[in-house]
Design a protein around this ligand. Structure first.
Ligand code: SF4
Length: 295
């Protein structure tokens, strides 16, 4: 951005999305990434405005499709720090299929899900993480559905780093985003945000507890079984008046999708982003040829 002309966020006052932006701005220098080394791909929703306010490459995709675009960017240019971001409706609902399979394949990227338990941009409809009984315009008598369990879904799908943090805890949020970006593989961060405009009663006046800082919780996040049990307890507690946050699962040994493709000989040594400028690979410049033909 031009200094002094940085775009100002248009989120509502008190929105949790400010906390994500702040944590991300603080975490990127910690991992040593400059704007020209960073690619932020967003979905649709209030969260999708994130790349208007972060100085980096950006791609604002269609609803629920941030992950396939982010995967393509990382495969074409593995040197980029790739971050995908979107809301709980965008990521766990419309893009739920992509979420499972990007985790299963362990693509090397960070996925931040702004989880405010509603659809904010479209004025407060019930989302996949809305608690049972939650009343909205689409569910005036209260939701009859159990909420999705994003941490457990992420673990069982195959993510190699799973954490939950919250906009109300900026220090932890910065630390977790830094870890997630330093992780080689699919790092999923369920980022609890508040929507004071459409869901002002959610998680108000409840304690936020960091499981790594509390003596009440003793589990090993590198042990899959212990992580699964801790996630189950965390997801039960969320709607019983207690918010547990922290690192829930970390597997540093699992190869990323790109590493697996290299191992079986399917990943070219020279990334697509570099080959594009090589005249020997004229066939890959088909988009330019298409444009020339249709001038
Ligand atoms: Fe944030 Fe909710 Fe306003 Fe969207 S509608 S900007 S989520 S407070």
């Amino acid at each position: 951005f031009t200094p002094g002309l940085e775009p100002q966020p248009t989120w509502c006052p008190g929105c949790g999305d400010f906390g994500v932006l702040k944590a991300l701005k603080q975490a990127l220098p910690e991992v040593g990434r400059t704007p020209d080394e960073t690619m932020l791909v967003t979905g649709i929703g209030c969260s999708g405005k994130l790349n208007s306010y972060l100085d980096s490459y950006g791609f604002h995709t269609i609803h629920g499709r941030s992950l396939p675009v982010a995967r393509a960017a990382k495969l074409a240019n593995p040197g980029l720090e790739v971050i995908a971001a979107g809301g709980d409706g965008d990521g766990y609902g419309i893009g739920g299929n992509h979420f499972m399979h990007t985790a299963r394949e362990n693509h090397d990227m960070t996925y931040i899900v702004f989880n405010n338990e509603i659809f904010g941009l479209t004025k407060g409809q019930t989302s996949p993480t809305s608690p049972k009984g939650h009343k909205s315009k689409t569910q005036p008598h209260g939701s009859a559905k159990e909420p999705l369990r994003p941490l457990s879904l992420s673990l069982t799908s195959g993510a190699s780093y799973v954490a939950r943090t919250a906009a109300v805890n900026p220090n932890q949020a910065k630390e977790i985003l830094t870890e997630a970006m330093n992780h080689d593989g699919f790092a999923h961060v369920d980022f609890l945000t508040q929507c004071p405009t459409w869901n002002k009663d959610a998680r108000q006046y409840v304690p936020y507890i960091d499981v790594q800082d509390s003596d009440d919780y003793d589990f090993d996040p590198t042990d899959r079984r212990e992580a699964a049990e801790m996630m189950h307890e965390t997801e039960d507690a969320l709607h019983e008046g207690k918010v547990l946050t922290g690192r829930f699962y970390v597997d540093e040994d699992r190869p990323s999708y790109q590493q697996e493709k290299q191992r079986i000989g399917e990943m070219p040594d020279e990334p697509l982003a570099e080959r594009y400028f090589d005249g020997d690979y004229e066939w890959e410049r088909s988009y330019d040829m298409f444009l020339d033909k249709h001038k």
